[in-house]
Design a protein around this ligand. Structure first.
Ligand code: FPP
Ligand code: MG
Length: 352
C-alpha cells in the first residue's frame, strides 16, 4: 500500500491509528523495541532528574516530583540520546541534556496548565489544583532555571544557544496563542506558526543537541533539527485531533479541552472553512458559552467527521512524519536511524 493511500483508522472509542501494520514502508523496529533498548539510559535520566529535585526547599521536590512521576514518555530525552548516537556520541552529556530538556518541558507544562486553567494532565489532577498557581509557576521557574544551570556546566556555547533559542521561541508561541484565544479568524498559516513555536521548537532542539554533542557537520545537524521540527508538528496535530475524539482515559486529559480553553486548532479551522454560515455560527457559539461546549462536543465531532476535518489534519500529520524520515536520508542507514524512524511513527500512532 502506498503511503499516500494509507487510511486513517478510528476505532469504536474514537482512538486513532495512523500507522498501517502492513505498510511496507513502515520501519521494522517498533517503538517498544526502542524503549526496551534504551531503558537503562532512560532509567539513568529518571534517576538524575529525581536527584536534581532534591533541594533545601521540599516543596520543589513535591511539586516537581508529582508532575514528573505522573508519567510522560520521555520523548525529548530519548530524542537527545538517539540523535547523539546517530552522530557517534554516547557519553553522559546526552543523558544530562536529556534531563535538561525534560525539565524545560515539565516547566512549560506547569506554566501552560495555569495559563489554560486545565484540570487534568496525564490522568491526574494538575499541580495548580493541589498546590495553587503561585507554587506551580514558581516550581516551573525552578525547573527551567535548574535546567539552564545544568546545561551551563557543559561549557558548550552551541548547547546554550540552542536551549535559549528554543525556550524563547516556545514562549513566543504561547503568547501568540494567547492573543488568538477564541479567534475563529485564525488562519492555517498562523496556526502552524503557533504550533511550530510552542511545540516543535523544543523537540527540534532536543535532536539538534544530540547532533551538537556528536559534533555533526552542518548538514547533519540541520537534518536532525528538521526531523525534530517535523515530528513536533505531527505530534501537536495528532494531539489536536485527539482532543476531540480520544479515549480520554488513555489521552490523560479532558476531551474538548481546546474549545473550553478557547483554543482554535486545525480540525476546527478546517470545519469552519467548510461549513455553512449557520454551522459556523453554531461553532462560534461554543466559544461564547464554553460551559455548554462540553455537552455539545459530540455534535462538533460529528460535523468534523462529516466534513473530513480529522482526515485532513491526520493526513498533514502523516505527511510531516514522512518528511521527517526523509530528512534523515543524509545519514547512512543504521539501527539508530531506524529507531528514530520508529519514534517518528509513534508520535502519530499513539492512541492516548
Ligand atoms: C502545551 O500546549 C504547552 C506547550 C507545548 C508549550 C508551553 C510553553 C510555555 C508555557 C512557554 C515556555 C515556558 C518555559 C518554562 C520555557 P497545549 O496547551 O496545546 O497542550 P496540552 O493540551 O497538553 O496542555
Ligand atoms: Mg495546555
Amino acid at each position: 500500500m502506498s503511503q499516500a493511500a494509507m487510511p486513517v483508522h478510528l476505532d469504536k472509542t474514537g482512538a486513532l491509528y495512523l500507522s498501517c501494520p502492513h505498510d511496507s514502508m513502515a520501519t521494522a523496529i517498533t517503538i517498544q523495541d526502542v524503549w526496551t533498548r534504551h531503558r537503562e539510559d532512560l532509567r539513568r535520566v529518571e534517576e538524575q532528574m529525581t536527584g536534581f529535585l532534591s533541594t533545601r526547599v521540599p516543596l520543589i521536590g513535591q511539586v516537581g516530583g508529582y508532575i514528573l512521576q505522573g508519567g510522560g514518555k520521555r520523548l525529548r530525552p530519548l530524542l537527545v540520546i538517539l540523535s547523539a548516537r546517530l552522530c557517534g556520541h554516547d557519553g553522559p552529556a546526552a543523558l544530562l541534556l536529556g534531563s535538561v530538556v525534560e525539565f524545560i518541558h515539565t516547566a512549560s507544562l506547569l506554566h501552560d496548565d495555569v495559563v489554560d486553567e486545565a484540570s487534568v494532565r496525564r490522568g491526574r489532577a494538575v499541580a495548580h489544583t493541589i498546590w495553587g498557581n503561585p507554587a506551580s509557576i514558581l516550581v516551573g521557574d525552578y525547573l527551567y532555571s535548574k535546567a539552564l544551570l545544568l546545561a551551563v556546566g557543559l561549557k558548550n556555547q552551541r548547547v546554550m544557544d540552542t536551549l535559549a533559542e528554543a525556550t524563547t521561541t516556545m514562549s513566543e508561541g504561547e503568547v501568540m496563542e494567547l492573543l488568538r484565544v477564541a479567534d475563529l479568524g485564525l488562519s492555517e498559516e498562523d496556526y502552524f506558526k503557533i504550533v511550530d513555536a510552542k511545540t516543535a521548537a523544543l523537540i527540534s532542539a532536543s535532536c539538534r543537541l544530540g547532533a551538537i554533542l556528536g559534533s555533526a557537520g552542518g548538514e547533519q545537524e540541520e537534518a536532525l533539527a528538521a526531523f525534530g521540527r517535523k515530528i513536533g508538528l505531527a505530534f501537536q496535530l495528532a494531539d489536536d485531533v485527539l482532543d476531540y475524539m480520544a479515549d480520554s482515559e488513555k489521552f490523560g486529559k479532558a476531551l474538548g479541552k481546546d474549545i473550553m480553553e478557547g483554543k482554535v486548532t486545525l480540525p476546527l479551522i478546517h470545519l469552519v472553512a467548510h461549513s455553512s454560515p449557520e454551522e459556523a455560527a453554531a461553532v462560534k457559539a461554543l466559544f461564547d458559552d464554553p460551559d455548554s461546549a462540553q455537552g455539545r462536543l459530540s455534535s462538533v465531532g460529528t460535523r468534523m467527521r462529516r466534513h473530513g476535518s480529522m482526515d485532513y489534519v491526520l493526513e498533514k500529520a502523516r505527511r510531516s512524519v514522512a518528511e521527517a524520515k526523509e530528512a534523515l536520508a543524509v545519514f547512512p542507514p543504521s539501527e539508530t536511524r531506524e529507531e528514530l524512524g520508529a519514534v517518528a511513527e509513534y508520535v502519530i500512532g499513539r492512541e492516548w
